[in-house]
Unconditional design. Structure first.
Length: 479
């Protein structure tokens, strides 16, 4: 083999970081070279971290901000009136709406002031209303995507183009593992929802993939039934001891192979196989809720007893971060309400309201909310105008990227506040716009990461989660 070619082949990621001034720094490097994880979690890459871990509650399908958070008390005066051109301004709409009359559909749900600061909350969210003093509600979130696939991909990976690294993978890459016996990035998909099974958008593994980063940083998806992780249990007749001997032999062969070809993905394979072996002991204990007190189960609501429910996944998320899993992402589907929104939204809100509030209460009473960042959002919002039948009690809403509501809690975030404002139609942002990139940059910031400095060389670029567009941390919501 040509010496130069062999040299290039041997330039795996560790060697690159060791020899380059463009690396992530000694703290991150220390976590990367330890296959078992660091003894103590890093205090942030670029500055002291406010949070150590993140729970991301992702509402796939796009919740209606105008029916849940963004109260517009005078909109009933515009019922069934065409949306004024001065509001829509010829903005892009989906093919489902293009060329059709856009009639205003006010929310049929009641809102009331909640918490010390009198934050308006929908009647559909009584439990979240009880913890509103812990929430920073961002009413001015916006995105570039108008359809589900690119919208979810943008929020989760920073780009509408598939193939980029996900947020959890970036955190794993930058900060390393805190628990040697569990993955640093776990994904939980709700298998049960009350809102109905119609028009449920698909999820796909690239939303928690590693993209161009080494594959050891991808999320591990837990299953709602059977083994939490596929093939976690040994086959009949295979003992843990024999499995360990088999793993030792395979590891020796793999190490010999990596010496010969220098492929860094072989090291990833070794690390993942060793992690899988350790997970055979750690995961069953993690997912066993039999030791949870009855009052905790009741706090999460009756659905917590159903495998794969959002409520059960919220409780599992608390158990995961309690064991120092760095990033847990929960996906709850079924929010795509083009028709019959009031009925379906009630079911969706029922699914998430009590468990999400219980998660915050549970973390808080354990002293963990102060260094655990909990975030909530979907890929975009819903239109003020109706889709399908329109009555005072029945309507649907189309996709709306121009403004939607997200929230953050814990992890150094101010509570009991709202950030940003929309116009009287909940259609355009009039104050403090927050792009999805800004949202993600703020998550990184709370974990001690400068989003401009967390990079990875790929295709001739220093790739970043937040891309090359102008991006800002949401300073006004920081405690």
């Amino acid at each position: 083999m040509d010496p130069l070619q062999r040299y290039n082949d041997l330039q795996n990621r560790r060697q690159f970081l060791r020899r380059s001034a463009m690396g992530l720094g000694a703290a991150a490097f220390g976590s990367l070279i330890s296959e078992a994880g660091a003894a103590a979690p890093p205090a942030g890459l670029h500055f002291p971290a406010k949070a150590k871990r993140v729970i991301f509650l992702f509402m796939a399908g796009a919740p209606s901000q105008i029916d849940l958070f963004d109260y517009k008390p005078d909109l009933h005066k515009q019922f069934k009136q065409p949306l004024p051109p001065s509001v829509s301004m010829g903005q892009r709409v989906t093919a489902m709406t293009k060329g059709k009359e856009q009639l205003v559909a006010p929310s049929m749900f009641k809102f009331s002031r909640q918490g010390k600061n009198g934050v308006f909350m929908s009647e559909l969210l009584p439990h979240l209303s009880s913890v509103v003093d812990d929430l920073a509600i961002i009413k001015s979130t916006h995105t570039d995507a108008i359809n589900h696939d690119p919208g979810k991909t943008l929020f989760c990976t920073g780009s509408q183009i598939a193939g980029k690294a996900s947020l959890g993978a970036w955190l794993s890459y930058g900060l390393g593992r805190m628990n040697a016996n569990l993955p640093d990035f776990i994904v939980l998909n709700s298998a049960f929802w009350t809102g109905g099974t119609g028009n449920v958008q698909a999820l796909y593994s690239r939303l928690w993939g590693s993209g161009f980063l080494p594959s050891r940083h991808q999320g591990v998806s837990f299953q709602p039934a059977g083994d939490p992780v596929l093939f976690l249990s040994n086959p009949d007749g295979v003992s843990r001891e024999s499995r360990h001997k088999m793993l030792d032999l395979v590891t020796r062969l793999n190490r010999k192979h990596v010496e010969e070809v220098g492929d860094p993905e072989i090291n990833t394979t070794i690390a993942q196989q060793e992690m899988a072996f350790r997970m055979q002991a750690s995961v069953p204990e993690l997912t066993d809720l039999s030791g949870e007190p009855e009052d905790i189960l009741e706090m999460y609501g009756p659905e917590v007893r159903k495998s794969g429910s959002f409520a059960r996944n919220c409780l599992l998320a608390r158990r995961m971060v309690e064991r120092d899993v760095r990033f847990v992402q929960l996906f709850h589907r079924g929010w795509d309400h083009h028709v019959n929104l009031p009925k379906k939204l009630r079911g969706q809100a029922y699914d998430v309201d009590q468990p999400a509030a219980a998660l915050l209460k549970d973390l808080k009473q354990r002293g963990m909310l102060e260094d655990t960042l909990v975030v909530f959002g979907g890929e975009f919002g819903r239109t003020t105008f109706c889709q399908g039948k329109l009555t005072e009690t029945d309507y649907g809403r189309d996709h709306h990227p121009r403004c939607f509501t997200t929230w953050m809690a814990g992890g150094g975030i101010k509570g009991g506040i709202t950030h940003g404002q929309t116009d009287e139609f909940s259609y355009n942002i009039v104050e403090d716009p927050v792009h999805v990139r800004d949202f993600n940059a703020t998550i990184l910031h709370q974990l001690g990461i400068d989003h401009n400095r967390l990079t990875f060389p790929f295709l001739g670029l220093d790739q970043k989660l937040t891309g090359v567009e102008e991006t800002h941390v949401i300073e006004k919501i920081l405690a």
